[in-house]
Write a protein that binds this ligand. Structure first.
Ligand SMILES: Cc1cc2nc3c(=O)[nH]c(=O)nc-3n(C[C@H](O)[C@H](O)[C@H](O)COP(=O)(O)O)c2cc1C
Length: 188
């Protein structure tokens, strides 16, 4: 069911790095993005796919993890993503992709989750460093990066209490994500 998939599609930040993410799956994910909605049907988004460990090792240090968890520096070796999709905007087509990027990211992540994988959208990217590492031409704006792999952490959804929306990790290593209630969201 779609609702179960959406619930399962959490932001995973720790993975079993020994489990590869195939190029086939990465391409299937982009296929889901390709079929998603696009403002003015411009389809300005482009993708770079990486699942080679040497490439992944270069990309990893350009990403920032879990801003609310100040005492966690990000996944350790062995729990790092086994693949990345770098999402780009083609400035030759437009510099305004409305919300195409988010729609496409969700389509891609749902595709991964359906196959037992998962990931995290990383918006906090050292973009110029990444551009240089990957030799990305100026024509393409780096929008965000999907970090991907076989999840190796449990993530649960809690209710927001006292307006505190910060996610956190408990002593058992379970990651908690507070979500506002339906009645808080529907205001009319
Ligand atoms: C546009 C966007 C950018 C994000 N950027 C980051 C990021 O840079 N680093 C990170 O660890 N998580 C990032 N996240 C993940 C959010 O922190 C996560 O969606 C939020 O905590 C809710 O958890 P959930 O995805 O499991 O519902 C991002 C999510 C979105 C949608």
């Amino acid at each position: 069911m779609l609702n179960d998939l959406i619930k399962k599609n959490r932001s995973y930040r720790r993975f079993d790095q020994s489990v590869p993410v195939t190029t086939e799956l990465l391409r299937e994910m982009v296929e889901a993005a390709r079929l998603s909605g696009s403002a003015k049907n411009l389809q300005p988004l482009r993708y770079m796919l990486f699942n080679d460990p040497a490439d992944c090792a270069q990309i990893f240090p350009t990403l920032a993890w879990a801003g609310y968890m100040k005492d966690w520096a990000g996944p350790v070796d062995g729990e790092q993503p086994a693949a990345y999709i770098v999402q780009l905007g083609d400035l030759d087509l437009t510099d305004d992709w409305w919300c195409d990027d988010g729609i496409a990211a969700q389509s891609m992540l749902l595709t991964a989750v359906e196959q037992g994988f998962g990931g995290c959208i990383i918006g906090s990217v050292q973009r110029e460093k990444l551009r240089s590492i990957l030799s990305i031409p100026e024509r393409y704006k780096i929008i965000q990066v999907l970090a991907l792999g076989k999840p190796a952490e449990k993530v649960v959804i809690d209710n927001v209490s006292k307006n505190d929306i910060k996610y956190w990790r408990d002593e058992k290593g379970i990651h908690h994500v507070p979500k506002r209630s339906l009645d808080d969201l529907i205001i009319g």
